[in-house]
Design a protein around this ligand. Structure first.
Ligand code: ADP
Length: 478
């Protein structure tokens, strides 16, 4: 696998101009897989300028013309699916099957927004005055800066890039320094697909310096961010100075509720799928598992026997379901949460043995199942971001809704029941941007993904996804 050693600015592959570089590590074995130049503030501004210069032509192209290029990008991504999946595994550590899912999921967003590029409609508004005609048209926001995380190094970029390009915006993307290669491979495919120079730029290096350059530049009209709530708040404050449009996909603390009338097998399958996905490192991962006290015994027994079957290790080995966490600090944070839960009387119902894996890398975490007996513990209020199932029991619907809503986050939520009236009641009562009943497959290109409260602003995907990258312009004709 050949990894690039340059960044992509204004249609050119740029090496280091001042000799500064950073390294990227494979968390499965802690080996350095490559080095990339550090983008300076000055170079970030150059990338922004390139995006600004490319804007008039790209935004004036017919939707149909942009659509063709984006469609080509979809085809190239499918062509390179296997190579792309291996890049994702090398920099992120996830299981190869998960990486393949990520490439496929990303390609569907590109295909979807290639189609949406042709369907950007305005409105004809009924007038209140004779001889006057009122219209609205939709126009691209302008230069968009995107800052993305490491957990889905391709998908989190594509969910922004595909609608932004479809809308006629140009972009400067800063991927996570832990996983920059997916972004660069995507930039290479954009180039091959015929995306003009300057329309897509990729910078990377020092997040704070690049973030400040992006947020303070008046040329950047929108910042789209996926990452932690803490950094999201900082970036929102930084954007205030130039009143940028912002969209934010931030943290979550998803409740996963199993009522006593649930199909237990379905609930167990769903919970495991949620935890296996990227080793639990996703913002929509089931985090607080509320199980009705009547069924906790049967549920735990089946869950443990299913969890025992998981295989942990290097994602490149196709037998493994769960890879390492992204870095040693993330693994330590998870172990600290478990220690705190234990100090708060949590029972460890199961913990896998990862002694062998830890000889290769400190990033491995043993998948475990905990039963908590206290509420408001650290593990209840924190996004675990790992393969730890942390359970609580409850007795009534009212109680569990109140506990599920007692969080500053409001991204995804899940519940299992066979009672159709309860499905309506609980779906409406949960204060979350997304609710899944009897399922965990919540995210796809056709639906709007996003959160309320401190989980974010704006939606990605679906028919609303492209609207984030467009402004309404109102025109009166007398
Ligand atoms: P995570 O916990 O998922 O790593 P972060 O919010 O730390 O979430 O990181 C998400 C993205 O935000 C990454 O690309 C990271 O480099 C970037 N980032 C972190 N701190 C800052 C900052 N102060 N300014 C701009 N970007 C930042």
């Amino acid at each position: 696998m050949k990894l690039p050693d340059k960044l992509y600015i204004n249609g050119k592959w740029i090496g280091s101009t001042d000799g500064k570089a950073f390294s990227v590590t494979n968390p499965a074995n802690m080996q350095v897989i490559g080095h990339l130049p550090v983008t300076s503030a000055q170079e970030t501004l150059q990338a922004i300028e390139a995006a600004e210069n490319a804007l008039p032509q790209w935004s004036a192209a017919l939707g149909k013309e942009r659509s063709k290029i984006i469609r080509k990008l979809f085809e190239l991504l499918i062509r390179d699916k296997e190579e792309f999946s291996k890049i994702i595994v090398a920099e992120n550590g996830k299981a190869l099957s998960e990486a393949r899912n990520e490439v496929e999921y990303s390609s569907l967003f590109i295909e979807w927004f290639a189609e949406e590029a042709k369907r950007i409609y305005g409105d004809l508004v009924p007038s209140i005055k004779k001889g006057q005609r009122l219209f609205t048209i939709k126009q691209p926001v302008g230069v968009v800066a995107a800052i993305t995380p490491w957990n889905f190094p391709l998908a989190m970029i594509v969910r922004k890039l595909a609608p932004a390009l479809a809308a006629g915006c140009t972009m400067v993307i800063k991927p996570s320094e832990e996983t920059p290669y997916s972004a660069l491979k995507l930039a290479a495919l954009c180039e091959e697909a015929g995306v003009p120079s300057g329309v897509v730029n990729v910078v990377c290096g020092d997040a704070r310096i690049i973030g400040e350059a992006m947020t303070s530049s008046p040329k950047v009209r929108m910042l789209t961010f996926t990452g932690s709530t803490r950094v999201g708040k900082t970036l929102m404050a930084q954007c205030a100075g130039t009143v940028k449009k912002v969209t934010m996909e931030l943290g979550g603390n998803a409740p996963f509720i199993v009522f006593d009338d649930a199909n237990l097998q379905k609930a167990i399958d769903g919970l495991i799928a949620s935890k296996v996905r990227n080793g639990g490192q996703s913002c929509i991962c089931a985090n607080r598992i509320f199980v009705h006290s009547k069924i906790i015994g049967a549920f735990s027994k089946e869950l443990i026997s299913a969890y025992k079957k998981l295989k942990i290790g290097d994602g490149l080995n196709e037998n493994n379901n769960i890879g390492p966490m992204i870095n040693p600090a993330s693994a330590r944070k998870i172990y600290d949460l478990i220690e705190d839960a234990k100090a708060n009387k949590a029972e460890i119902l199961y913990s896998a043995d990862v002694t062998e894996q830890k000889k290769l890398s400190e990033c491995y975490v043993a998948p475990a199942i905990l039963l908590n007996h206290k509420v408001n513990s650290k593990i209840e209020q924190t996004e675990i971001f790992g393969p730890i199932i942390s359970m609580f029991t409850f007795d009534t619907e009212e109680e569990v809704i109140a506990r599920a809503n007692a969080s500053n986050y409001g991204l995804a939520s899940y519940f299992y029941t066979q009672d159709k009236d309860r499905i309506w009641r609980v779906s409406e009562a949960l204060e979350y941007g997304m609710v899944a009943t009897n399922d965990v497959a919540i995210s796809s290109e056709v639906a709007c993904f996003g959160g309320v409260k401190e989980s974010g602003l704006g939606r990605e995907g679906g028919k609303t996804g492209i609207l984030e990258y467009l402004e309404d312009k109102y025109i009166v004709m007398s």
